[in-house]
Design a protein around this ligand. Sequence first.
Ligand code: HEM
Ligand code: NAG
Ligand code: NAG
Length: 493
Amino acid sequence: MRSLFVLEKREEKVVENIVFMAIFVHYLSILLITTVFSVVSFLLHRANRLRRLRLPPGNLGLPFLGETLQLISAYKTENPEPFVDKRVKRYGSIFTTHIFGEPTVFSADPETNRFILQNEGKLFECSYPGSISNLLGKHSLLLMKGNLHKRMHALTMSFANSSIIKDQLLVDIDRLIRLNLDSWPDRVFLMEEAKKITFELTVKQLLSFDPGEWSENLRKQYVLVIEGFFTIPLPLFSTTYRRAIKARRKVAEELSKIVSERREGYERGERKSDMLGALIGEWDEQFSNEEIVDFLVALLVAGYETTSTIMTLAVKFLTQTPLALAQLKEEHEEIRVKKSKSEALEWSDYKSMTFTQCVINETLRVANIISGVFRRTMTDVNIKGYTIPKDWKVFASFRAVHLDHDHFKDARTFNPWRWQNIPGTSCSGNFYTPFGGGPRLCPGYELARVEISIFLHHLATQFSWVPAEEDKLVFFPTTRTQKRYPINVQRRY
Ligand code: HEM
Ligand SMILES: *[C@@H]1O[C@H](CO)[C@@H](O)[C@H](O)[C@H]1NC(C)=O
Ligand SMILES: *[C@@H]1O[C@H](CO)[C@@H](O)[C@H](O)[C@H]1NC(C)=O
C-alpha cells in the first residue's frame, strides 16, 4: 500500500514533468523562432541601411580577420606603402577596410583628415581599445572628453608653450642632454640612449627630479607598461599584458607617493613651478591623487617613444645623407664657436638652427611614429559623397598624405632641403600634420622640437659616429629600427 502510493506519486511527477517539458519546448521554439526572425530582420535592415548609406568603396577581407594580416605584413617591412597605394589606386583616397577586428574607413585624403581632426568632439571622438585605456588610466588626457578635456588640454599647452620652454625648461634640457652624452661608452644603442634622455627630461619637467636611481627604476617599470600597449590584451593568455598591468600599478604607487609628499609641502607653503605644481595648486577644484597620476602617466607615454624615435631616425637619415649631415654640423659648429665648451645654449641659439628644423620636419614626414589617428563616428557622417555610419572606426592616415607624390615632390625620399625653399606653400597647411590638429593637437609639439634640436646640437658637435651594424626600419608594431640603431662613437674633444 505504501509502496503503491509512492509509485502513484512518482507517476504523477513524471506526467507533470512531461507536461512541463512540452510547454518548455514549445516556448523555446517560439523564442527561437522570434530570435532568429529578429536577428535576420536586424541583419537585413542593417545591410539595407548600409547599402542606402553608400559607404566608401573597399574590401572587408576575411570574416573577423579582415585585412589585418595584410596590413601587419606590409608594415613589418621597410616599405609598407603598397598596402595603401594598391587600395587608393583601386578605390580612391577614402576606402573601407576591416582591420583589428572592425570595419574601418581609411582616409588618405588631406581634406578628410582635416575634417576629422577639426570635428573632434562633434562628429568624431577618439577611441582606444579597452586594453589600452586600462594601461593609460581613466583620467588620462588621451581619453578625456568634452569640457574637462578642453581645460586640461589648455593647461598642458600652457605648461609646454614656447615662453615656458624659453624661460624655464631650456636650461635643464641643455644640461641633462649634456650629462647623458658625457656618460656614453664607445658603442651605444642610440634608440636606448634617446629613450633614457626623453624620460629623464619628462620626469624633470613634470616633477623637478634630476635623473638618478629613482628615475631609472621608474623607467624600467615604465618600459613594461609600454610593452603592454603592443600585445594581444588577453590577461589570461598574455604574460606581457599581465606584467604591464602590474608595472602600471607600481608606477602609480611611486607617483602617488610623490604627489602626497608634494601636497604636504604645498600645505606648508612650498611652491614649485613644474607640471605637478600646477596640478596641485592652480585649480579651484581639487584633483585626487589617482587623477593626477593618470594625467602624469599620459604625459610620460605621449612624449616618450615619439620624441626618442625621431631623435634616432633623424640621426639615421643624416648618416645616410652625408651632405645633409655636413650642413647640419656646420650650422651647429657656428653656434658652438661663439661659446665656451660648457656654455649653455640659449633660446636665440635654438632659433638660429634653421637647417635643423628642416631635418626634423623631414624626419617627421617620412617616418612619423604616429602614422595617423583612430576615431569613432558619433553619428552618421557625410563626407565627399559617402556616408560613414554612426559608431564606425575611422583612421585618418597622416603618413599616406605625407608620402603622396601629389602633395610632396619625390615624396618617398628624405630631402631636408625641400623645406628651405617653399615658405608657407605646399609643405605646410593641410598636407603636413605630424602633430595632429584640432582640439587634440599635440601639446608637446614645440617641446619635442626643442629637445630634438638640442640633442642633435650636442651629438653633432661632440661626436663623430658610424653605424655599428646594418639596421633596418620597420613600421609595426611601431616605427623603429630592428636593432635599436647601434653606433660606434668617437669624442671630438
Ligand atoms: C616627435 C614627438 C611627438 C609627436 C610626433 C607627437 C604626435 C602627437 C599626435 C599626432 C597627437 C594627436 C593624437 C590624436 O589626435 O589622437 C599627439 C597628442 C598628444 N601629445 Fe604628442 N607628439 C610628440 C611629442 C610629445 C611630447 C614631448 C609630449 C609631452 C608634453 C606630448 C604630449 C601629447 C599629449 C598629452 C597628447 C594628447 C592630446 C589630447 O588628446 O588632447 N607629445 N601627439
Ligand atoms: C604660455 O603659458 C603661460 C602660462 O603658463 C602664459 O602666461 C603665457 O602667456 C603663454 N605664452 C604664450 C606664448 O602663449
Ligand atoms: C616645419 O613644419 C611646421 C609645421 O608642423 C611648419 O610650421 C614650419 O614652418 C616647418 N619648418 C620649416 C623650416 O619649414
